[in-house]
Write a protein that binds this ligand. Sequence first.
Ligand SMILES: Cc1ncc(COP(=O)(O)O)c(C=O)c1O
Length: 384
Amino acid sequence: MTLTKTVTKEETYQLRTYAKMGFEPVRGEGPCLWDAAGKRYLDFYGGHAVASTGHCHPEVVAAIREQAGRLLFYSNAVPHAVRGEAAEALVAFGYPGLTQVFLTNSGAEANEAAMKMARKFTGREEILFTEGSFHGRSLAALSVCGIPKYRSFRPEAPGTRQIPFGDLGALKAAVTEKTAAVLLEPVQSVAGMRTADAAYFRTARELTAKQGACLIFDEVQTALGRTGKRMVGMHWGVEPDLATSAKGVASGLPIGVTWIHERIAKTIALGDHGSTFGGGPVVCAAAAATLRILSREKVWESAARLETRIRSGIARLGAPYAGVRGLGLLLGIEVGGGAADLARRLLEAGLVVGEGPGVLRLMPPLLLKEEHVDEMLAILAKTR
Ligand SMILES: Cc1ncc(COP(=O)(O)O)c(C=O)c1O
């Protein structure tokens, strides 16, 4: 008997740049997914931190349906009340001094916008970024990527310089009167959920302020309550000049957000930046509904509570689960080598997780409950 593997249309026609997980979800509800055979999966990957309100939250789905049925799209050449609603909610959720937002379609674009604005504001070129950081796949975003395997597209954008992450001495030496911005990914997710201590972020704030440079936080994964605070800098009392997000802001529709400090916003003129699809009505309806839900449920409080439950649960499990890195519901469970194989076996057991260097990566929906954490821990316990 010969075994033939079915080649799907996707494999035939979509350029192959993605390694696939070994399942095909066809339906989702809350933190759960089902495949065509009816097998249920508990989703601690959240479509890569995107399913913030869980899969198909009825309030988000209703908002999308309602807006799509009324006006699917018109560009930024006209106002939309729903765009105003989403922008207001984003400003309210974010840092107090960051009083305006610019809307795009992805995290990479949100970071591009932040870098452009920092350069315009300071009139300087140099953007410092850190080893291990990931900021997206556009050429400029790759030029500030601290993970070598992604940087194979030369030449990179000029004016960018890498410094070590979490190293106070290196930071002090690097930030000068030539610096336009220090761009930080405060919890380095792709690099395996590495973070730095409060002193590092506070020093970054002090040095950039002293030198007239901008501090940019890439909060594509850390914003909107995921780390146990509304925004990640709130852990350390640090407010950046620009912050970016994407992923779960519209529960699964494509969006990028750049939050901008008032004094930077004042330097941006008509026509300085733009996007056809950014801030479209359907996406904004989804974002407004998402923010309403995340605020109402105070997800930052449950993220902090569930982090404690996960940390103590993992401590009880023993090998290969050696410890936990990260913040809130953006966590890496340290498993040493073999993370990819373990993630595959967990998937077979009905648990979806991501994987990175030496870790299983957790970025589940934010409306998670204690019972889901306990179910996750039980699956880990029997899969080693
Ligand atoms: C921290 C961070 N920044 C930026 C990006 C890029 O976002 P996007 O893929 O939406 O362009 C990602 C994506 O994984 C990310 O994790």
